[in-house]
Design a protein around this ligand. Structure first.
Ligand code: MSP
Length: 507
């Protein structure tokens, strides 16, 4: 049963910041994966949401002169609006201030406590509020600054509840040795293994210095430190502690999509917490690199953030989604470039896809009275199509969207070359021209299916224009992938350019 289920998550985003293209990159990737697995016919549950507790949010609210809840409500809504703008097909949107989440956090951490993995001690340390994390002196830049935010850390001393992370060093090593595929790509797994092999110290999981959090049920002067509250969202959303059957159906078959900044929390702390609570570790953690702007990570303090709505205005929703999926290789860091985005849009979307549809529709109108002919069973494109379906599927399975789209686009390039070779626009009406056009229409049908997770709107439009009913993702891939699915005899519509070409603004 679990093979047929696919549970995919994004990190839950802090409500101290507004959504920028770094957040969007993770969320679009998770969305495309969710859509791909729905296309395979699997039962999919796609979760995103917002992380609303902690000092960072408390302070952001204070700066604005509102309550933390008011601040969280407003910013959480902005994330949701952005995801709606980008056609993110999430099934649930979790907010850590919801009662269902407080209940799950208290249940899971109480289990850890009852299992002997949580104890009380005093903690003095160097704390970065932006990370909501303690650092050791040797981890700091110049002995004073947080290595991520390049800002001074603060000295904090508190009586805390501690999680016995040290007890999970060997279990985690065993886990990742037994299932190396649990962390992907390989470089990120090695990084996680390195962290574990360096030795794991117990970590403080509660605070008394702030009140904006979920109370520790056995010691209500404390609230749980935001990360231990936040990670549990993935369990809350599938019914942890509330609906055991539902939880058992979805857990641990989860795929966490995260950025490399939160690898330690997801690959070390979270599995350890689950093991401590008597649950299984997550099935797979997929870690991507940073999207850099001018070589630096985007951040509010560096004033280098780019917002999705601004790019959607220029490129459309699908142009936006395509760029981040096609150009950002999953794993390494990549620099955002507007020029590269324009180039990709013009080459792959306006030319390869848009022009193929426009050309085919024009010639069908001229030579076939606007009625699309059926493909030929022995077309040379049939073999290419079979390879492309296999390569595209393998790449999505390996969480490599850029490779998947590259594979899919090979079919478009071959179809364009096939048209160039036969020049149907110069042929007389009849079976020969029909064969060439039918094959091209079949390619458009298949590409609409294969690219639907990335560009759901335009692929639906391609589908409609070539006369097909419903949408490209309505039926499972296995049913629609074989060559020859375009029935012929359908009206083909030219319509406005799918992707009008974009010129770079004058410098
Ligand atoms: N709230 C925590 C996550 C808790 S998950 C249980 C958090 N939130 S965050 O708002 O800072 O978002 C982190 C995630 O946003 C990163 O892991 C990454 O997926 C995405 N990104 C934010 N900035 C990014 C870039 N510049 N580049 C790529 N991804 C980025 O950490």
């Amino acid at each position: 049963m679990s093979d047929q289920r696919f549970y995919v998550t994004t990190p839950i985003y802090y409500v101290n910041d507004i959504p920028h293209i770094g957040h969007a990159y993770t969320t679009v990737t998770a969305d495309a994966l969710a859509r791909w697995h729905r296309l395979l016919g699997e039962e999919v549950f796609f979760l995103t949401g917002t992380d609303e507790h902690g000092l960072k949010v408390q302070r952001a609210a204070e700066e604005r002169g509102v309550t933390p809840q008011e601040h969280a409500d407003a910013t959480s809504a902005r994330f949701r609006e952005t995801w709606d703008l980008l056609d993110i097909s999430y099934d649930d949107y979790i907010r850590t201030t919801e009662p269902r989440h407080a209940a799950a956090v208290q249940t899971l951490l109480t289990r850890c406590y009852e299992n002997g993995h949580i104890y009380k001690d005093t903690y003095a340390g160097l704390y970065c509020v932006a990370c909501e994390a303690y650092y050791t002196a040797d981890e700091l830049i110049d002995g004073t600054d947080c290595p991520i935010h390049l800002r001074p850390v603060e000295e904090l001393e508190e009586e805390n509840w501690f999680f016995r992370l040290s007890a999970f060093e060997q279990p985690l090593l065993d886990l990742y040795t037994a299932r190396p595929e649990a962390i992907h790509p390989d470089g990120k797994r090695n990084e996680a293994l390195g962290l574990i092999r360096q030795g794991l110290k117990d970590v403080s999981i509660s605070r008394t210095s702030i009140s904006w959090g979920i109370p520790v049920p056995w010691d209500p002067d404390h609230v749980f430190y935001v990360w231990y509250d936040a990670l549990i969202n993935y369990a809350t959303a599938v019914g942890y502690g509330a609906d055991p059957d539902r939880f058992a159906a979805w857990w641990p078959h989860v795929h966490h999509i995260i950025g490399k900044d939160i690898l330690r929390f997801h690959c070390v702390y979270w599995p350890a917490m689950l093991l401590a609570a008597g649950e299984a570790a997550p099935h797979e953690i997929d870690v991507h690199g940073f999207l850099l702007v001018g070589g630096e990570k985007m951040s509010k303090t560096r004033l280098n953030q780019i917002f999705p709505a601004d790019l959607v205005e220029d490129f459309g929703v699908d142009g936006f989604r395509f760029h981040f999926l096609r150009d950002a290789t999953f794993g390494p860091d990549g620099d955002f470039s507007y020029e590269a985005m324009v180039a990709r849009y013009n080459t792959d979307l306006a030319n390869n896809l848009g022009n193929l549809l426009a050309r085919v529709a024009t010639v069908v109108a001229k030579k076939c009275d606007g009625i699309g002919p059926a493909p030929t069973p022995d077309s040379p494109l049939a073999a290419v199509a079979a390879e492309v379906v296999a390569e595209t599927s393998a790449a999505w399975a390996a969480v490599a969207p850029s490779v998947a789209l590259e594979a899919t686009w090979r079919l478009l390039r071959e179809a364009n070359a096939h048209l160039e070779a036969h020049e149907p626009w110069k042929m007389d009406p009849g079976p020969a021209v029909e064969a060439v056009l039918g094959d091209a229409l079949e390619v458009l049908r298949l590409v609409a299916v294969l690219a639907s997770p990335a560009i759901p709107n335009t692929t639906a439009e391609v589908w409609r224009r070539i006369g097909l009913a419903g949408g490209p993702a309505d039926r499972p891939l296995a049913e629609v992938a074989p060559w020859g699915g375009y029935p012929g005899g359908l009206p083909v519509e030219k319509g406005a350019p799918l992707f009008p070409r974009i010129s770079l603004p004058e410098a």
